[in-house]
Design a protein around this ligand. Structure first.
Ligand code: ADP
Ligand code: MG
Length: 742
């Protein structure tokens, strides 16, 4: 009696064991090894995975209609018997399966053609004599109603009463073997048993107050909604949960960034403030002033600054960065600021003096051209001052790099400008107080996460202050998601005297006229850029820029000096060309997108973009931002042939909107949030339901709730936060420091 074969014990137990979220799929009733293998192809290993395999869409079945009354162009559900079926194969065309359906109105004319394309195997499933119900949009085919690609289901012959009212059904991401219907049955089979085990990390009262369901309820309704309204309510609930989780991680990160390692307080008193301003070639705009005031306040504290500075192209972010960097240099190491009532003017770091003892600051730029430009700007500004500036980029010689590294380590370089080489080259600082990251959206994903998760070592257990700058203005809501842990400043005002850039869309057939017009402007002393799109194959790309330069130089612009600039030139050549353009020794610069960010030559007033339809919207806006930097009227000509719907939308947005914020909103509409988030910033793209456009209130609401939660319980140690803590650390543990939280 007691001796049972062990294998049978196991199989008995497997049958009897209750399912849990971690039960492997093959132990679910009706799922054998073969099915389990198919499920694996959809990344479904456990029952939990199955439960979170969300529908990708829903089908709404309308009430059944008789074929005689259906209207062309409208959705209809009809039921009847299949009279004939046939598979039609025409060479070089997709296979087509056709069936003729007759409904109860029969010989009175109730016949409808059903057509499916690429419907392999459908001839096995649908055979004459079968009763089916189909739903789809009605068209006309040889004077008969037709439904192409209808949804169908088998109904029993005896089913008499026509379906009334609306019915909604989940459609799952599926494979050929695992159809949506099979998925629906599998999920339906264990939903009830499993859903009670799903973690709830928000109290039901909290949810009810905001008109949400519990997570469990929402899960049931997302799989098996009875009405469209139910499905939308479930989706809202799950979106809120996702946002809330994400924002809790953001709040944790922010809290702990501000409360772990101290920063070097950089107190900028009025004397230092005055000296820095005196160095700048112009008075700050109101917006720049406001940002500077916030930065001054941040820098003075022992909590590290973590600020995002957003400002449209050309709004003047560079001087704000300079201000902050000079503030670092003006603060004496180990003591307060470099000042003193009497000797301030003589010995201040940004004045003349003997030994310079300020802290260091680093400015990171995404491209070598931009780094080179910033370093030139700084050099000019600080000519004759004691502050020492250096450049570090990947293409510099090994010896030169070594020397820069050495001087940084001993503290004889105070301001360093560089590309990500600064991160990679094992650079040690003597006393790094501030890191500025310019055009941060242009850094690669890995570089970005390196910058954010392991900022350069300041030395002495300190954390450097960080200022992140971006010219791709992100809609506020998106900023909350992507940069949620940063304080945000915005420069919402352009320097005085700026005029709106005239933007115009021209077909490539008008190229000749356009360059004729460019020639007349250049004759008047203005300068122009011509941008040619990057093509993956770099050889081809070169030929295109070089070809365009040659063509323009020999043709429409033969009376002028047409230069050439691309990313594969040696650093010196590139610098030389930029310098010549700046000095007006070159009139028209034909370039690849290397000039996209940061390049600043105020006398350039014309931007011609060739094949504009190939560029992304924010890229077009950035390129346009290279002109309109001075007092003169500037122009942007988009030469392009409208190819796809998206490209038409992009080009039209460019003509319509001058503001980067508007452009970014359009971009969000065209591209959708997932993609933008992916390119915008680390964060998590693990947002399935969270969609900024679906309900604009969800994100701010979840953000408030999450920040309140962390303010009250910064480590989520309260017993009621157990599930939340587990979930946040499980999902975001690697982006927030576990040491701080756990
Ligand atoms: P971006 O925000 O795109 O980095 P820049 O910092 O390059 O913009 O500034 C754009 C141009 O505006 C530069 O030529 C700069 O010298 C000029 N500029 C910036 N601030 C002011 C100001 N307050 N008054 C006049 N010109 C300014
Ligand atoms: Mg800039």
């Amino acid at each position: 009696m007691l001796i049972l074969a062990s294998s049978s014990i196991i199989s008995c137990m497997a049958d009897a064991l209750p399912l849990t979220l971690s039960t492997p799929m093959q132990y679910v009733k009706g799922v054998g090894p073969a099915r389990a293998g198919q499920l694996l192809a959809l990344n479904i290993r456990t029952c939990g995975d199955l439960l979170f395999h969300y529908p990708r869409d829903y089908l709404t079945y309308t009430a059944e209609a008789s074929i005689k009354t259906v209207k062309v162009g409208e959705m209809a559900t009809i039921r009847g018997i299949l009279l004939q079926t046939r598979m039609i194969a025409v060479p070089r065309k997709p296979r087509r399966f056709e069936a003729l359906l007759e409904d109860a109105s029969g010989s009175a004319g109730g016949r409808c053609v059903l057509t499916w394309f690429n419907a392999y195997g459908l001839d096995q499933k649908l055979q004459p004599g079968m009763h089916i119900r189909v739903t789809g949009k009605v068209t006309v085919f040889r004077d008969r109603p037709q439904i192409v690609q209808p949804q169908w289901e088998k109904v029993s012959d005896g089913e008499s009463a026509g379906q009334t009212g609306e019915r909604i059904e989940a459609v799952y991401p599926a494979t050929t073997e695992l159809t949506s219907a099979v998925m629906g049955r599998l999920i339906g089979g264990c939903l009830e048993e499993l859903v009670g085990q799903v973690a709830e990390w928000l109290p039901a009262g909290h949810l009810a107050e905001r008109n949400f369901m519990t997570r469990r309820e929402a899960l049931v309704k997302i799989h098996q909604p009875r009405t469209r309204a139910e499905h939308i309510a479930a989706r809202r609930t799950l979106a809120y949960h996702e946002f809330f989780l994400h924002q809790t991680a953001v709040a944790l990160k922010r809290y702990h960034a501000r409360n772990s390692n101290p920063a070097l307080p950089l107190r900028v008193d009025d004397a230092v403030d005055g000296r820095i301003r005196a160095l700048l070639p112009f008075a700050l705009t109101g917006a720049q002033d406001r940002v500077v005031a916030s930065i001054r306040k941040d820098l003075g504290g022992a909590k590290p600054m973590n600020r995002l500075l957003q400002g449209d192209v050309g709004s003047g972010k560079t001087v704000v960065a300079l201000y902050a960097m000079l503030a670092a240099a003006a603060t004496r190491r180990g003591q307060g600021p470099v000042r003193g009532q009497e000797d301030a003017k003589e010995k201040g770091a940004v004045g003349r003096g003997e030994a310079f003892e300020g802290h260091q600051a680093a400015l990171l730029a995404p491209t070598e051209i931009l780094a080179e430009q910033h370093s030139i700007t700084l050099q000019k500004l600080l000519e004759g001052k004691k502050v020492k500036i250096a450049l570090l980029t990947g293409s510099m010689g090994a010896k030169e790099k070594e020397s820069v590294r050495k001087r940084l380590a001993e503290g004889s370089i105070h301001l360093i400008v560089g590309t990500h080489a600064l991160l990679a080259e094992a650079v040690k600082f003597q006393s790094l107080a501030l890191v500025v990251i310019d055009e941060q959206h242009k850094f690669g994903v890995e570089q970005r996460s390196a910058i954010r998760t392991k900022p350069m070592e300041a030395g002495g257990g300190m954390t450097p202050h960080i200022l992140v700058m971006t010219a791709t203005p992100i809609p506020r809501t998106l900023a909350m998601t992507a940069f949620g842990d940063l304080d945000v400043s915005v420069i919402d005002e352009l320097p005085p005297g700026r005029q709106t850039i005239h933007t115009r869309l021209s077909p490539s057939s008008s190229r000749e006229d356009i360059y004729g017009w460019v020639a007349t402007r250049v004759k008047e002393g203005e300068q122009a850029y011509v941008v040619v799109p990057a093509i993956d194959e770099s050889e081809l790309e070169l030929r295109t820029v070089a070809g365009t330069q040659e063509e323009l130089q020999k043709g429409p612009l033969k009376d002028f000096r047409v230069g050439l600039l691309h990313g594969r030139m040696a650093t010196e050549t590139r610098q030389h060309i930029m310098e010549r353009f700046r000095q007006k020794l070159i009139d028209v610069l034909v370039a690849t997108t290397v000039i996209e960010v940061g390049v600043d030559v105020p006398n350039a007033t014309i931007m011609v973009i060739e094949h504009a339809e190939r560029f992304g919207l924010s890229q077009l806006h950035q390129l346009r931002g290279r002109v309109g930097r001075g007092l003169k009227q500037s122009y942007c000509i988009l030469l392009g042939d409208q190819a796809t719907e998206d490209s038409i939308a992009r080009l039209q947005a460019m003509v319509k909107h001058a503001s980067g914020f508007k452009i970014a909103e359009e971009d969000l509409k065209i591209r959708g949030m997932g993609q933008l988030l992916g390119t915008a910033q680390s964060g998590s793209t693990d947002l399935h339901f969270a969609d900024l456009l679906f309900d604009p209130h969800l994100l701010p609401m979840s953000r408030r709730d999450a920040f309140n939660t962390i303010a009250a319980d910064p480590r989520l140690l309260d017993a009621s936060h157990g599930e939340l803590r587990k979930e946040v650390l499980g999902k975001f543990g690697d982006t927030i420091s576990l040491a701080d939280v756990g």
